[in-house]
Design a protein around this ligand. Structure first.
Ligand SMILES: Nc1ncnc2c1ncn2[C@@H]1O[C@H](COP(=O)(O)OP(=O)(O)OP(=O)(O)O)[C@@H](O)[C@H]1O
Ligand SMILES: O=C(O)[C@H](O)COP(=O)(O)O
Length: 408
């Protein structure tokens, strides 16, 4: 896989084997725990199908949420959806490493598929530690001896150094699955020095994460231009000395964003290529208005139309465009236009486009024409950003340590 030296499913003897397949089907759920977006589930169907078609028996593992969170639920509904999209039986096992799960794995015949329950039911899975430590966990020691091969297809979890991600590659012949392979090779492209200018369009609400990414992008001179939207834009506007009025300042303060002002100022003063909106779409007493950034009186909900036009013209000239985090509060149709404009400009431009994060992807209209040869829609959120900012992903490091073809 390029110069990353990660074994793929083509580099490993993977016929008629018992395969442990790590996927990321961590999905958004509603207040009743029902899955509301199954795109991560659909993404893995190709890898599962390929493994089953090659006569392997496949045991799937994934996490869903984190203990204590509302979305920390069992994988029963996920099993039904995988079965529906594969059009074959997927047996859900209400256990992870106990005697019942191990018995089911031992009994599994060729072409059979099991989905074990939420891997984060095992507390070890929440611990971040190096592969050498995780290979000694109960989780890895109980499961690894039951398998011939480990395949990691969970790109969206590749920024976590957890046992199911980094432990197994040291215990079993291992390879990246097709989703992982596709993500890494597409994303590795943007580090190609020849592909300039590179434009990062960064919005949304995870401002603490995003400023860290921006610091990396600037320090490593990866981004030629950073177009800000969402709460990220508000932070940089305030850092530049623009008065966004007390209502918006109060929101930023409540979210702990104002504490980031010194870091944002340092970036701006260093000459970082960070663009901020010249106008905003705001809400005033339930009405939508456009206001210049220097004279905002309402609550900021989206970038304004002049900003969308300027951003779009930059985007159209780019060789690589990365979009992550919406330009506005896209849950409300009235504040979707900024995100739609930058998406449209990206898809119409000549450059290679990478779109990540659940919200930006959900802003894609069905009628927007997507040329798959130049558009990559990533399954990753945090993992995507970390990869793009040049940080090493523990999953890839661990896979590169595994012994290719040691099953021969
Ligand atoms: N101006 C704004 N004020 C308040 N919230 C905003 C604003 N602009 C965007 N948001 C909110 O940001 C949220 C999305 O941000 P987030 O950083 O989670 O993006 P994402 O692409 O979904 O990332 P991931 O998939 O990694 O979670 C949305 O709920 C949206 O309403
Ligand atoms: O959604 C994600 O980013 C991955 O599934 C990882 O989940 P986590 O942030 O709970 O570790």
């Amino acid at each position: 896989m390029g110069d990353l030296t990660i074994p793929t499913m083509d580099d490993i003897d993977i016929r008629s084997k018992k395969v442990l397949l790590r996927i990321d089907i961590n999905s958004p759920v509603d207040e009743n725990g029902k899955i509301i977006d199954d795109s991560r589930i659909k993404a893995h169907i190709g890898t599962i199908k390929e493994l089953v078609d090659k006569g392997n028996s496949v045991v799937l593992i994934s996490h869903q949420g984190r203990p204590g969170d509302k979305d920390f639920i069992s994988l029963e509904e996920h099993a039904k959806l995988i079965s529906k999209y594969l059009d074959r039986e997927v047996v859900f096992v209400e256990d992870v490493i106990g005697p019942y799960a191990r018995e089911m794995i031992k009994k599994l015949e060729n072409n059979g598929i099991l989905l074990l329950d939420n891997i984060r039911l095992i507390s070890e899975e929440l611990i971040e530690a190096p592969p050498q430590q995780h290979v000694k966990t109960f989780l890895v020691r109980k499961l690894a001896p039951l398998f011939d091969v480990y395949v990691n297809d969970a790109f969206a979890t590749s920024h976590r150094s957890q046992p199911s991600i980094v432990g197994f590659p040291l215990a079993l012949p291992s390879a990246a699955g097709r989703v992982m392979e596709r993500e890494v090779s597409a994303l590795a492209r943007i580090f190609n020095a020849e592909d300039t200018p590179k434009i990062f369009t960064l919005g949304g609400g995870k401002v603490h994460d995003t400023i860290r990414i921006i610091e990396n992008l600037v320090r490593k001179r990866i981004a030629d231009r950073i177009l800000t939207g969402g709460l990220v834009a508000e932070l940089f506007s305030v850092a530049k000395g623009i008065n966004l009025n007390p209502k918006n300042m109060e929101i930023l303060e409540k979210l702990g964003i104002l504490s980031l002002i010194p870091r944002a100022r340092k970036l701006l003063l260093s000459g970082a290529p960070i663009e901020i909106p010249v106008d905003y779409k705001v809400e005033i007493n339930g009405n939508v208005m456009e206001e210049p950034a220097s004279k905002v009186t309402g609550v900021i909900k989206d970038i304004g139309s002049t900003t969308a036009e300027i951003y779009s013209s930059f985007i159209k000239d780019a060789k690589v465009v990365v979009l992550r985090g919406p330009m506005g509060v896209i849950e409300d149709e009235r504040f979707k236009s900024g995100s739609k404009s930058v998406l449209k400009a990206s898809l119409e431009g000549q450059g290679y486009v990478i779109i990540g994060g659940g919200h930006m992807i959900s802003a894609l209209d069905k009628d927007m024409k997507i040329d798959s040869s130049k558009v990559h829609i990533s399954t990753g959120g945090g993992a995507l950003l970390l990869f793009l900012s040049g940080e090493r992903l523990p999953a890839l490091e661990a896979l590169s340590m595994s012994v290719v073809n040691s099953s021969d």
